[in-house]
Design a protein around this ligand. Structure first.
Ligand code: F6R
Length: 592
């Protein structure tokens, strides 16, 4: 959450900062700001709203070769201009941008800064004032180290110093901070995406490190002041990947990229009829007596699929955990547990904290992620990549699909059962492509639900897990309150809400569950509830809303969820919502 950037170099910092912030806006978009050097002063521009608005309030003819920028997702203090970053210290010496949360900011404020008049309600303003306080008695390096030693929580900081305006200072703990090197220019960012226009390679700072950046040099130190060298990573972010092309929204583009994502993950993991997953990883999983999968949101719903197939087909116990619920209380049961974490971004703080807890206990970990060199990839013993390429829309679509496909490969590899893999993937591709080509047929459902306030998605087993994800997607971007339920659970309470204004969409994925779900739908109809059925062709009955091409494997969850992604997208479109940047959300959730 929050995107930050810093720039020193030969180009106009204002332009670089603004275009980088536009690329980072998916991390937070309540407000934005930059601070740049103009002659001998640091000048700050900030306001609520998007980066496009910030651009409009900054004069075109301003030139600067150094500056910092921020796009905010509010944690401390409401969304207003004063709380927007950058923030400056009481004496005007330091100006900073911050991503993260300082847990002890009130304590630090009382301890060191009782005579400072604070302007904002943010924890970030405490940091910048602390630096001005510490520097009175020591050098800048000592002050930076002192700052690291007193701050508790997560912080990526980029700091501008009025008394040395050719440098930037950066500090990192528990939230990403990358330093990119180009030709006569240095950039800092929370994500390599911001480097796309000019930076060839970058380094990732580790926790509790700081760095001093000048136009032609980067010096990184640990918290005791020892010099640290990091391996450089080539910047291979591809411009096409993050272009919207002819699509009106990233979300639609990303839904329609699903077939190519499935093909890419198939090409990565299937070679000459074999699944190419590290045998030592497979053996560790086979040898474990219980598997814990921890994740959040959409990734959590994809994890439930793994539990379903592993328990049903491999007869191994899998426990799926909402990562945040187990950060403090996780106690693995079993002699030899194995941990899997799933995170599209690889930067979700709830999951990172869960992994730290597991590492303290000496547990072995696998991370499934879409983001190379992410914190989770670096923290875990093994990693498997999702090959979905950059997902920009806040609502996850293609990454969910590849999480499910990867889990499918993992289970087949663990079982050494590759007979049907190629056929299953081919069948899946045919069905998903069919959904995409016939997506107009979904409009009929959308028209009837778009004006409703509430909705249930129901199913059983895989249809139920699909319903959970379908409901999240609908809430997230159309703002229709939705719940995913096992259809059999309706009668245990939730059916009380059903009346003619409360629609239910059923996801029917197999013959055995079909009869039960349909009988649960009858109970809804008897109470005037409106029902819709999305199912596969062999189970289709007159009056159903959509018939899909059969997928005869557990991957059948995917086309049903893809339909629900379209439903959410189309509802949000009709309502005129900001589909790629829904209210109150951000793509990368880097706070606890
Ligand atoms: C919903 C969505 C979120 C994320 C969740 C975890 O569309 O995108 O629920 O799935 O914040 O994010 P990752 O997978 O990056 O850990």
């Amino acid at each position: 959450m929050c995107g930050l950037v810093g720039y020193i170099g030969k180009n106009n910092a204002k332009d670089i900062l603004l275009s980088s912030l536009e690329l980072l806006e998916y991390r937070g978009y309540d407000s934005s700001g930059i601070a740049i050097r103009i002659n001998d002063s640091i000048v700050t521009y900030k306001d609520i709203g998007r980066v496009s608005h910030l651009r409009s309030i900054i004069k075109n003819n301003i030139y600067s070769n150094i500056g910092i920028g921020h796009t905010r997702w509010a944690t401390h203090g409401s969304v207003n201009r004063i709380n927007a970053h950058p923030h400056s210290s009481f004496d005007g010496r330091f100006t900073l941008v911050h991503n993260g949360v300082i847990e002890n900011y009130l304590e630090l404020k009382m301890m060191y800064l009782s005579d400072v008049d604070f302007i904002s309600s943010t924890d970030s303003e405490v940091i910048v004032n602390l630096l001005s306080y510490f520097i009175r008695k020591c050098s800048i390096e000592e002050a930076l180290r002192k700052l690291i030693s007193v701050l508790k929580g997560s912080f990526a900081l980029v700091i501008f110093d009025r008394d040395n305006m050719d440098r930037l200072y950066v500090i990192k703990n528990k939230t990403p901070l990358l330093i990119g090197k180009g030709n006569d220019e240095i950039m800092v960012s929370s994500d390599a995406l911001a480097f796309i226009n000019s930076i060839d390679s970058y380094i990732c700072l580790d926790d509790m490190e700081y760095a001093i950046l000048c136009k032609n040099s980067v010096k990184v130190f640990d918290s005791r002041g020892n010099i640290i060298l990091h391996n450089e990573i080539k910047n291979d972010t591809n411009k096409e990947e993050i272009s919207k092309g002819d699509y009106p929204y990233y979300m639609l583009k990303e839904i329609e990229e699903i077939p190519s994502c499935i093909e890419r993950i198939r090409n990565k993991y299937i070679y000459e009829g074999c699944i190419t997953i590290d045998e030592s990883l497979l053996n560790e999983i086979r040898d474990s007596d219980i598997i814990y999968v921890a994740s959040c949101g959409t990734s959590y719903y994809a994890s439930l699929y793994f539990k379903y197939i592993m328990e049903k087909e491999y007869k191994k116990k899998v426990d799926v955990l909402i990562a945040s619920e187990y950060i403090y209380s996780f106690e693995a049961i079993g002699r030899n547990p194995f941990i899997i974490v799933v995170s599209q971004s690889g930067e979700t703080q709830d999951v990172i904290s869960f992994v730290s807890k597991c590492k303290e206990k000496g547990l072995r970990t696998l991370c499934i992620t879409n983001t190379r060199y992410s914190t989770l990839e670096r923290e875990c013993d093994y990693s498997l990549s999702l090959e979905a390429r950059k997902e920009v829309a806040v609502a996850s679509t293609k990454a969910y699909v590849n999480e499910v496909v990867l889990f499918y490969f993992l289970e087949k590899a663990i079982m050494n059962d590759i007979n049907r893999v190629v056929v299953d993937i081919d069948e899946l591709l045919i069905s998903v492509k069919d959904v995409i080509s016939r997506n107009k047929e979904i409009d009929n459902i959308v028209k009837q639900i778009v004006s409703k306030d509430h909705l249930y998605y129901v199913g059983r087993e895989l249809g139920y897990y699909g319903s959970l994800e379908a409901a999240l997607k609908l809430k997230e971007i159309s703002y229709i309150h939705a719940e995913g339920l096992s259809s059999s659970e309706l009668k245990h309470g939730s059916i009380a809400l059903i009346d003619s204004s409360f629609p239910t969409i059923a996801l029917i994925d197999n013959m055995i569950d079909e009869l039960l779900v349909r009988s649960n739908l009858q109970e809804i109809k008897s109470r005037d509830g409106m029902t819709f059925v999305i199912t596969y062709s062999p189970f289709y009955k007159d009056g159903d809303s959509l018939s899909l091409k059969l997928v005869d494997s557990s991957l059948r969850i995917i086309p049903l969820v893809v339909v629900s992604q379209y439903i959410a997208y189309k509802c949000a479109l009709l309502k005129g919502n900001d589909i790629d940047k829904p209210r109150n959300l951000a793509k990368s959730v880097t706070v606890l």
